[in-house]
Design a protein around this ligand. Structure first.
Ligand code: ZN
Length: 282
């Protein structure tokens, strides 16, 4: 199943058509995606019941982020060995978790507003929590995940590398620095949720290309290790880290410029397209 939003309301998507969950359930299920994900099991049973639904044509450009208002947004700093190498960082013994503040979350076709000339791209698989929980064992992790979506962990490198310690959370939380979408795809819809092709083009050039099986800490391991400390809540997002090919590690370095279109793709989920604009124009 694919679940997205239009105007902040949860919709079920099938090819070029969709229906509004709140309308179709006559108000029995909530329209707000976070509240709906709190009723994830009930919703899945209802959605699978085979009843007629009020399908209508979906205009893709109307799609917003799958979860516009998550309570917690986790992100991984170094979770691919090739990216660790290019960033000249040691492979960590424990996952390096930071937060993207939820106000940075935006939709699949949203403009990315550039506050400076040091803004970089990072395509990432993003996990959307369903039922969530505290102390979730890896063996149960996929059953607590509602779905997977495509994300960009847009990063302002000048702020990030302020001395003496990295400023990860704030440098990756400017408005529009968290494009996600175009929908969440439930794990059963993809061939192997632990091994998906992931790539990113900038201005028509392929910059990143890898597979999620190259993650140092897999999705089930991340869910186990994060939830061992912080309870995961319905609708929470986990940005699972980026593979190699970011702009600040290229020679010569390349940063996003106004007019650049960033296309981010993950096999079995889809792609998002974000156009960069100067902050004066945004
Ligand atoms: Zn990242």
């Amino acid at each position: 199943m694919r679940l997205g939003t239009v105007d902040g309301r949860a919709i079920v998507i099938d090819e070029g058509r969709s229906y509004d969950v709140g309308v179709a359930s006559e108000g029995k299920l909530p329209a707000d995606p976070v509240v709906l994900l709190e009723h994830w099991d009930e919703f899945q049973d209802w959605a699978a019941s085979g009843a007629d639904r009020p399908w209508s044509d979906l205009t893709l450009t109307r799609l917003g982020p799958p979860v516009p208002n998550p309570r917690q947004v986790f992100a991984l700093a170094v979770n691919y060995a090739d990216h660790a190498a290019e960033a000249q960082r040691e492979v960590p013994e424990h996952p390096y978790v930071f937060t993207k503040f939820p106000s940075c979350i935006t939709g699949p076709w949203a403009d990315v507003v550039l506050p400076s000339n040091r803004v970089d791209w990072e395509v990432e698989l993003v996990v959307v929590m369903g039922t969530g929980g505290h102390h979730i064992p890896a063996s149960e992790a996929w059953s607590r995940v509602a779905g997977l979506t495509v994300g960009q962990d847009i990063s302002e490198r000048r702020v990030q590398f302020r001395k003496p310690i990295p400023h990860l959370s704030i440098s990756k939380s400017f408005p529009t620095f968290g494009p996600t979408g175009p929908w969440l795809t439930t794990p059963d819809e993809v061939l192997n949720p632990d091994d998906l092709a992931i790539s990113c083009d900038v201005g028509g050039d392929e910059m990143q290309s890898s597979r999620t099986s190259h993650m140092l800490f897999s999705v089930p391991t991340l869910v186990e290790l994060i939830s061992a400390i912080t309870p995961l809540l319905s609708g929470d997002l986990i940005f699972t880290g980026t593979p190699s090919g970011t702009g600040s590690t290229r020679d010569p370095r390349r940063y996003l410029q106004a007019g650049d279109v960033v296309v981010s793709r993950i096999e079995g989920i889809g792609e998002i397209r974000n156009t960069c604009v100067d902050s004066a124009a945004g």
